[in-house]
Write a protein that binds this ligand. Structure first.
Ligand code: ATP
Ligand code: MG
Length: 392
């Protein structure tokens, strides 16, 4: 029935030059999302609107599902288009549409006509009125409500005539690519994939870094992170995942530093390395899945100690979320099932029985001095031997 989709996007704050960039990025992201859907689609900007035209057989559900994952889309309107063959024919088409799209036939409605082509022989008020009358005649249980209609029946007169009344909610946010790039510290847990999703939703392109510690962490744990990056990429677009071998650094910290400070010192090295890669690859910030108080390494004191080594903004979108709120989002974006697979994470191997919960930055810095002899070389080797996987 539907041969095209009108894409609605929020327009607040995107005027002038930004609007053009916003629309182009949105068109690009829509094309990207539809690549994996069977069927031929054409995505175009027309008179300040974005349309997806379907040029072949296609699967409606699959198409809508793909569009629902594109950030920047506020609403998806499945549209029927008909040829302009005079008003009487249009009235028949509109009645047939109403019957199919709103089969209960007991709703209130309002016709909202728009003449994008000004040579149409009736003006929009006349079209509203005359089509309204035809619908009332066809369906005795339907009523007009101009203030708060259950069905807003849009009729747009263009080269063809477009009819639509359904708005399927979109993902919201901003198109990926309109707000620079950031580096996500992606572990195999529940939180960091959600954090990446949330920042991508604001239009930020995402790269990721994962620290693994073979043989203490397995190939399967690494594969799990790759799988998570792929799941996030359904929304964010392709993710360059940098995989850093962290084993020697961890062992060296283990050898040289007090064990109750291991987690914090390790996290400081993760941030340093992530920032280094971020700078080299054009990211403007770091993203973590941290949330205040969730674990010992996320008390305010621990966050301060970790943050102290970074010069870039560290974006922590989950900072004030309860675990359940984070789980709810991970269920919604389909990362939860993968996140809870029971493969060890590099941090669980070396955790102390009683980690410091209120680290003092000066004491931590003093402990890190024990690493002076070899740490730079180890970091350099870790960077040199990184593996990059494009996840999409
Ligand atoms: P998550 O559920 O995201 O794993 P978590 O609750 O397990 O988080 P921590 O282990 O303290 O919390 O990690 C805090 C954050 O540090 C993570 O959200 C992630 O951004 C980053 N991080 C932790 N471990 C790694 C790792 N091995 N590789 C990359 N980033 C990591
Ligand atoms: Mg974790």
């Amino acid at each position: 029935m539907f041969k095209s989709f009108l894409i609605k996007y929020g327009e607040i704050g995107i005027k002038g030059k930004n609007k053009y960039l916003f629309e182009d990025a949105l068109v690009k992201q829509i094309k990207h999302a539809l690549r994996k859907v069977d069927g031929e689609f054409e995505v175009s900007k027309q008179q300040g609107r974005i349309y997806v035209e379907v040029l072949s057989e296609y699967d409606y559900e699959e198409t809508v599902d793909a569009l629902k994952k594109v950030f920047g889309i506020v609403g998806i309107c499945p549209v029927v288009h008909v040829e302009d063959e005079g008003f009487e024919q249009l009235a028949k088409d509109v009645v047939a549409y109403f019957k199919k799209a709103h089969p209960t036939l007991d709703q209130t409605f309002k016709v909202n006509a728009r003449r994008a082509r000004k040579n149409y022989p009736m003006d929009s008020m006349q079209i509203n009125y005359s089509l309204g009358e035809k619908i009332l005649q066809a369906f005795p249980n339907v009523k007009v409500d101009v203030h708060n209609p259950q069905v807003l029946l849009n009729v747009e007169i263009r080269e063809k005539i477009y009819i639509y009344s359904t708005v399927i909610p979109g993902a919201g946010g901003m198109p990926v690519g309109t707000n620079g790039k950031a580096m996500l510290l992606l572990s195999g847990g529940i939180d960091s994939p959600v954090a990446g999703y949330m920042v991508a939703r604001r239009g930020v392109k995402i790269d990721a870094v994962y620290f693994h510690a073979p043989p203490y962490t397995s190939e399967r744990a690494k594969q799990k992170v790759v799988d998570l990056a792929k799941l996030v990429s359904v929304y964010s677009g392709p993710i360059h995942l940098h995989i850093i071998n962290f084993t020697d650094i961890q062992l060296y910290i283990y050898e040289k530093c007090p064990h109750d400070e291991l987690t914090i010192i390790m996290r400081r090295y993760m941030m340093r390395i992530a920032e280094h890669i971020a700078k080299e690859t054009g990211s403007l910030g770091l993203i973590t899945g941290e949330s205040i108080g969730q674990v010992a390494s996320q008390t305010m004191q621990s966050l301060a100690a970790t943050n102290e080594v970074c010069t870039m903004p560290v974006i922590r979108p989950l900072i004030s979320f309860d675990k359940q709120d984070i789980v709810d989002i991970s269920l919604k974006i389909n990362t939860y099932e993968t996140s809870i697979l029971p493969f060890e994470d590099c941090c669980t191997i070396f955790v102390a029985k009683h980690p410091v919960t209120k680290p003092n930055v000066n004491i931590i810095k003093r402990s890190e001095r024990n690493l002076e002899e070899k740490i730079d070389e180890l970091v350099e080797t870790a960077l040199k031997t990184e593996e990059v996987i494009i996840c999409e």
